[in-house]
Structures are given as structure tokens and as C-alpha cells.
Ligand binder design. Sequence first.
Ligand SMILES: Nc1ncnc2c1ncn2[C@@H]1O[C@H](COP(=O)(O)OP(=O)(O)OP(=O)(O)O)[C@@H](O)[C@H]1O
Length: 245
Amino acid sequence: MRLSKVSFRYRRRDPFVIQGADAELAPGDIVELTGVNGAGKSTLLRLLAGLTRPTKGTIGGRPAVVGFAPDRFPTGQPFTVAAYLRHVSRMRGGARWEPWAERLHMEHLLATPLGELSKGGGHKVGLAQALMADPGLLIMDEPFAGLDAATRAVLPDLATEVAGRGGIVVVSDHQGGLRALPALRHWTVADGGLDEPSSPAPPPVPVPDELVTVTVQVPAGELPRFLARMRGEGYPAREIEESAR
Ligand SMILES: Nc1ncnc2c1ncn2[C@@H]1O[C@H](COP(=O)(O)OP(=O)(O)OP(=O)(O)O)[C@@H](O)[C@H]1O
């Protein structure tokens, strides 16, 4: 996939948000995109996805199937999460959505109407619909923002799997969530220009969260409230079946 002298502005006479961007992406590439707020990261991601056309220049060789996880999932649709994922599955030729619901820790959200989702919940739905299609180009806009720790920990594996199948992955990220990946490419957007520094940014300071499993016994009548509270705080809490205890 190749970007040749790509420039973009939202309206005539507006300044260009992206100016003269040149870049090449090869199968298996994973790219981390950074830049200050308003630099043009989301704009560039939409151009890469083909959701917006360049004002000048061209983007060629885009893989046929694009998965796009937006920074804000549009929740104004009259579906529950499960109904929405079934709908996307039908549009994507019957792709299975259940494994994604499990990997993204969203089973407890399936009966929730899209309009009632939290920011992180909406984010998970956006990721599930993007991944479901087995994309040749996966674009994720700030996927680490608003996600609980267990789901953040899964994202590097998901990116690696798509790249391992020959896909291209481009991710805007302020948090260095993919920095542990070997051969991660790094792009920055500043003053409209797209740059790929030869020396990568320093590794992130935060240590990845280590997950431990604990068991807690609560009176049966309090279980729904307890689970809701834990999940509300971002923990993937679930009841353990009697036979599995
Ligand atoms: N729909 C739009 N119409 C007009 N201008 C827009 C639109 N969307 C974004 N912009 C402008 O384009 C510029 C780049 O915005 P963009 O959202 O791409 O930046 P970003 O790097 O993703 O920012 P952030 O880190 O805050 O998400 C900003 O000046 C923004 O105000």
C-alpha cells in the first residue's frame, strides 16, 4: 500500500491538515502513529481506511477488506450489542462474532442497547466489528483509551495475529501500548507532515499489568450487584459454575 503526496483539508480555503504525505506499507507491518492533539492522526487514519478521499495525491494498493475501529464508536443505533454484532456478521458474509465478544471481554454487554454503553463498552464494539471481517488492513484509533486492563492486554496479540496473516495494522496511540512488539514501525504527524523517525521513541515507562485471578464468595442475592460493580470498575468478573469450583 502506498501513499503518494497525500494532502487533505476539510474545506476549501481551510489549511491543509495533512500535507504531502509519502509512505509505504507492506504486508505484516504494524505501525504506531503518534502526534499531539489535533495534529491530524484521526484524519490520516480515515484517509488510510478509505473513509475520506485525499484532496490531493493518491493512496494505492489498499487491501480489499478494511477493519476500522474509530476513536468514538457511534452508539446512536437502535440495537443491542448482540443484535448489532449479528447484523455486522450478516453483512460480512456470516463471520463469527462470538469469539471476538469473548476475547474482548464483552459478554456482559451483549444485552445492552448501544446507546447505553460506556465509552469503553462502545470501544469494544468498534473493535469487534473491525476484527470480525479478518481485515487485510486493520486501523485502530486510540484503542487503548478507555479500555479495561484485561482488554488492553489483548490488543498487542490481536495486532500481531492480523499482521501474521499478512495484514497491515495502523494504530494511533498515546500510551505506548504496542511498544513491546518487535519491528514496530513508528509514524508521527506534526505540522501536516508525516514522518518516520529512524530512531524509535523510547520504550514506555509503565510496566504491563500482571493479571491475577481471585475468588470471592458473596451471598447469592447480592451477586448481580457485585458483578455489576466489579465490571463497572473494569474488572472482567464472572460467576464460577458450581461444577468448576
Ligand atoms: N470534520 C471536521 N471538519 C473540520 N475540521 C476538522 C474535522 N475533523 C477534524 N478537524 C480538524 O482537523 C485537525 C486534525 O484533527 P484530528 O482529529 O485528525 O487530529 P488528532 O491528531 O486525531 O487529534 P486528537 O489527538 O485530539 O484525537 C484539527 O485541527 C481538527 O480541528
